[in-house]
Design a protein around this ligand. Structure first.
Ligand SMILES: [Zn+2]
Length: 210
């Protein structure tokens, strides 16, 4: 019934899906900037950064819509793409899925934390336990609107810490965010996780900048 009232749309281009199309449309399947199996190069602080997509125009718009409208519907599909990417490209062990958190004030205003929704979806599909591990201690400017790499680093420096008393000794953590631009946020969070004892940290995002 719901399908008749709200026909499923492609989250990337907004077109109503045709019969036989599931998740996203055939032309996006063809044209989106999908990454290849060898594109998981390491970023500062993470052993790898895995993302199914490059952060291009259609992806940027979809992520923006995801943040500010209809988060839960998009999380299902985006989380599925990310879970698939992790399963295809990461052969190492993973003990915990954590995410880059919003500040509590921001989360309350938006009604959800988009990275947490992605983390929970990836956990559901992979069977890896999901847990709150980090907190954001101060506001930061939006990374994608912050100029140089150096400015991005200082924008997030010291902005995240592991929950007090959290012991991650020997744990291999998958760290989730929606987008990696310079990788500075992932690096900052990865360092907080390592300070809590994490043995390794793998970044997993829907998209990353080239
Ligand atoms: Zn589409």
């Amino acid at each position: 019934m719901l399908g008749l009232i709200y026909p499923p749309k492609c989250p990337f281009c907004g077109r109503i899906l045709e019969r036989g199309e599931e998740g996203w449309c055939a032309s996006c399947q063809e044209e989106l900037p999908w990454t290849g199996p060898d594109d998981g190069k390491a970023v500062d602080g993470c052993d790898a950064c895995l993302s199914p997509l490059w952060y291009g125009d259609a992806v940027r718009e979809a992520v923006h819509r995801y943040k500010f409208e209809g988060g839960r519907i998009h999380a299902k599909l985006f989380g599925r793409l990310m879970a698939q990417c992790l399963q295809d490209r990461w052969t190492g062990r993973a003990d915990l899925i954590a995410w880059v958190p919003l500040r509590p004030e921001r989360r309350k205003k938006r009604g959800y934390d988009q990275a947490e929704l992605l983390a929970r979806r990836v956990g559901e599909l992979t069977g890896i336990p999901v847990g709150r591990a980090l907190e954001k201690t101060r506001a930061t400017a939006t990374q994608s609107q912050t100029g140089e790499d150096e400015a991005r680093k200082s924008n997030v420096r010291g902005a995240y810490r592991a929950l007090s008393g959290l012991d991650l000794t020997g744990k291999r953590v998958v760290l989730i965010d929606d987008v990696a631009t310079s990788g500075a946020t992932l690096a900052e969070c990865a360092s907080a996780l390592r300070q809590a004892g994490a043995e390794s940290v793998v970044g997993l995002t829907l998209a990353r900048a080239r």
